[in-house]
Design a protein around this ligand. Sequence first.
Ligand code: MF3
Ligand code: CO
Length: 248
Amino acid sequence: MIVLKSEDEIKRMAEACRIVAEVLEGIGKDVCSGVMTKELDEYAESYIISKGARPAFKGYRGYPASICTSINEQVVHGIPSSRKLREGDIISIDIGVHYKGFYGDAAVSLPVGSVNTQTKKLLSVTEKALESGMNKSIAGNNLSDISSAIQECVESEGFSVVRSFVGHGIGRALHEEPQIPNFGRPGEGPKLVPGMTLAIEPMVNAGSWEVIVLNDGWTAVTKDKSLSAHFEHTVAITKNGISILTKV
Ligand code: MF3
Ligand code: CO
């Protein structure tokens, strides 16, 4: 069942999402060569707690940190550690916040210093894929219109979309129905209606779409070791169009 939110509930969700957006904005300034990913985690956790909110991922199914930091061939769910970022790396940072009963969830991928042209393209295409999915997030469309727009955007640039992780509904739970694959044919699945709140999150690989999970039980990496990027926003479908809740 898809849980629809009232306008008032969406306003309250926006407060959780705003904290997510603020952390992502702040953390971007800390991303540089030499920084340990656990330092990014500490920054995020202390900011979230200072706002009276809770880091949503910590303890979720036993996840040990407040954010996910996925470097290079890591797709999602990389665990912050004493690993230091190096010039030329890319890092995906995924953050969830629980505040006043509602969740917000968003992710960005950033270059560490300067990266090569193909890597820049991977980042820009993944961000563009999220935008093309959000552009289809209009009442009256079908859910799979989002999925197919993302897949089309990615594959037309020669990259591939991850199959084994998907976007999701979000609200009073971090993961609600529906699942939102980043691939599919248009015109399928439920109709989008005002009150739906969705976390849209394309994960894009430079090589093949196949992913494996490392022995830590969390870190997903590309099977062919190619680079991977991830962008995510929590959005609400309203009668006046999309509202991107995790944008500052
Ligand atoms: N954005 C991801 C998701 O919605 C992050 C989950 S990480 C976890 O599934 F640690 F909470 F699992
Ligand atoms: Co998510």
